[in-house]
Design a protein around this ligand. Sequence first.
Ligand SMILES: [Zn+2]
Length: 230
Amino acid sequence: MKVLVIVAHPDDEVLGCGATAARLVMEGQEVHFAILGEGLTARDFNWAAPETDQLAALHRQAHAAAAKVGVKHVVLNQLPDNRLDTVPLLDVVKIVEELVERLKPDIIYTHHAGDLNVDHGVIHRAVLTATRPMSGQVVREIYAFEVPSSTEWAFQRLEPAFRPNVFVDVTRTLEAKIAAMECYESEARKFPHPRSPEALRAIAMRWGSVVGCGAAEAFELVRSIRPRLD
Ligand SMILES: [Zn+2]
């Protein structure tokens, strides 16, 4: 099985499914991270192009974070941060199509459509468009994850609400996710921020308690297609 994680910003891949990715790698699956946005520009008021050394540092952090969860394949793109809604959707779709064509993933994990962050919604839509289930489509399953400080901060005012129905026991790999998040020095936040280590553990324990295990990551199944029996 080949798994592709498609996200808007560096750290979304860890926040959304870092512990599940670590578990998939432990299970022998091939996992790829694709980070489509550059993750820097929106912090500048003038929206100037980010400094190349800042970008290089963020890319190093992304590779270090992936290594913590055992993921060897990282694709970094440079779409504009927090302004993906100003990029023609077709351009984003083309990037996703190229990834799917090249990597041929069986399973995709990506953003939930109703997040507060506009980029997350754009990526979700681009993934759905790029993986339309026409004959020959290799992608069999698509899952949407939550990103702490974006999914819950929409307060279910943005449609659709996140309604997880797939849960992965990540008791063994939760700490790898926390360690991966710590690689993103510029993204680190202190408790009670939802992206702090304490909050990430609490969120995993909360989902774990919902489904009877110590810690879990929660997903919403977007689509699952069982291919023809040969
Ligand atoms: Zn994000």
